[in-house]
Design a protein around this ligand. Structure first.
Ligand SMILES: Cc1ncc(COP(=O)(O)O)c(C=O)c1O
Ligand SMILES: N[C@@H](CCOP(=O)(O)O)C(=O)O
Length: 446
């Protein structure tokens, strides 16, 4: 396969271009975000999306075991020999009629894309397989990230698989133990900073620049190329049809940025005939995107985003030591690095932004547990947002909706356990004590 990609600055006043053999996470000329652009005439892209399905059926190539690399023509920035995989993206789009009925939706309307089935238990692996492939291609020996937990778990896993040194930065007391335990087990050097995720994100960029370390947060444009495939698998799960809505939680805004790009490219290639609407759900305690879009009217505007307002807001947070707070620690982010690309996705997908309270998130998480396969708190923001949008008529009960459940239930068991306890600390549905005797045990079977 010919390589046909370049890195290009998204700032229309700059637009600098660089080859993919360089490692950088911001435009060296103007500091804006970078995109990966393809010359589709140089890549043989399958004529229709369903052609990708045969690869899963036959798996003739080891890359076909990856739910990311099975779509490799659509992220064609490196050669096969550089592609790193640990079997990511073997996820499931579950049609959930029981939850749909509970929410008042029609049968067949609600689908849950469970990204918790990835090797490190979250959607991040989709991005890491792509970014680590680029890291290998450019000969990186050492890598780093800032994290609320899932990125660090995924980075640590892939770094271990590639034999790369790895440092992860986490905010003091801001990480769920399930996630921290993964980074420890995979052997990452973990630095806990007295600050929050946004502080870590700022410091890691400085560290990576000074020490020439490869950065693996979603500022890295190759990460987002991998995350596009979540959308391909949703379409695949729907028999290669496009849903009416995609709903996703919003944190650092890598996913929403990647999803808009995925649909734009598929439409450009004639592989889909329409683009779904995108709903991005913030937690009320970390609602920068919602504030900027809904209260300040910030728009993509062909790339001419009024960044002065954004930077003033971000600086104000710093000056006031504002610290976001939500039970959904994965989206406890107040200065999302991909804001501008996310605005582009909102433009592409006629998107909207909503915010939900912690109470709504916890209730929605319990619903996903009862009717689905469970998820971590941030993922449940999607269902909480869906409930609001059904209630106010934004989404109709017969519209086809795909909610991205970004992380595994076991990532943050403390939140699950505390939800099932009352104010006295007792379980609402406690385990029943039984003598180790078969007759006694049978008495307890309901
Ligand atoms: C489980 C989970 N859900 C959602 C998010 C937010 O995704 P994004 O940063 O792509 O907006 C994150 C982390 O960023 C996460 O770990
Ligand atoms: N929730 C994230 C925050 C970092 O996001 P990234 O996509 O920019 O790496 C995490 O798990 O750390």
């Amino acid at each position: 396969m010919n390589i046909s990609a370049i890195q290009k600055c998204i700032n229309p006043d700059c637009g600098s271009e660089f080859d993919c053999g360089q490692a950088m996470f911001k435009c060296p000329d103007c500091g804006d975000l970078l995109d990966i652009l393809y010359d589709w005439d140089k890549t043989t892209v399958p004529a229709k999306m369903s052609d990708f399905a045969n690869r899963w059926a036959t798996r003739n190539n080891p890359l076909d075991f990856s739910g990311v690399w099975r779509f490799r023509e659509l992220l064609n920035f490196c050669e096969d020999k550089h592609r790193v995989t640990v079997g990511e993206g073997q996820t499931l789009l579950q049609q959930n009629d029981e939850l749909a009925a509970f929410l008042g939706m029609d049968k067949g309307s609600l689908h849950l894309e469970y990204e918790g089935m990835n090797p490190s238990g979250s959607f991040k692996d989709n991005g890491m397989t792509a970014a680590f492939s680029h890291a290998v291609m450019v000969g990186a020996k050492s890598c780093a990230c800032a994290s609320t937990g899932n990125t660090s778990a995924a980075v640590a896993l892939y770094a271990h698989a590639c034999g790369m040194k790895c440092t992860v930065f986490i905010g003091s007391g801001r990480i769920a133990f399930g996630k921290l335990s993964q980074a420890m087990d995979y052997g990452a050097n973990t630095i806990q900073i007295q600050g929050d995720f946004d502080d870590c994100m700022k410091q890691v960029q400085e560290v990576c620049t000074r020490l020439n370390i490869y950065l693996l947060n979603s500022l890295n444009p190759f990460r987002l190329e991998g995350q596009k495939t979540i959308m391909y698998r949703i379409i695949e799960g729907l028999g290669w049809e496009v849903p009416d809505w995609i709903i996703v939680p919003g944190g650092n805004l890598g996913n929403s940025s990647a999803f808009g790009k995925a649909f734009f490219e598929l439409k450009e290639l004639g592989l889909i005939d329409r683009i779904p609407r995108l709903a991005i759900i913030n937690a009320a305690g970390a609602d920068t995107l919602s504030y900027l879009v809904n209260e300040r009217g910030l728009k993509w505007n062909g790339g001419n985003v009024n960044m002065k307002e954004v930077q003033a807001l971000y600086a104000d947070f710093t000056a006031r030591h504002f610290s976001p707070h939500t039970i959904a620690s994965a989206i406890e982010i107040s200065r999302p690095v991909n804001l501008k690309k996310c605005l582009r996705s909102i433009d592409i997908c006629d998107g909207i932004v909503r915010k939900v309270t912690d109470e709504q998130i916890c209730d929605a998480k319990a619903l996903v547990g009862r009717y689905g396969m469970g998820c971590e708190p941030a993922s449940a923001a999607t269902i909480a947002g869906l409930r609001d949008m059904l209630a106010d008529g934004t989404i109709g009960k017969s519209e086809r909706v795909a909610c991205v459940l970004t992380g595994h239930l076991l990532k943050d068991p403390d939140k699950t356990v505390s939800y099932h306890k009352n104010s006295e600390g007792e379980f609402s549905n406690p385990p029943v004590e039984s003598a180790n005797d078969i007759e006694e045990i049978i008495k307890h079977i309901v």
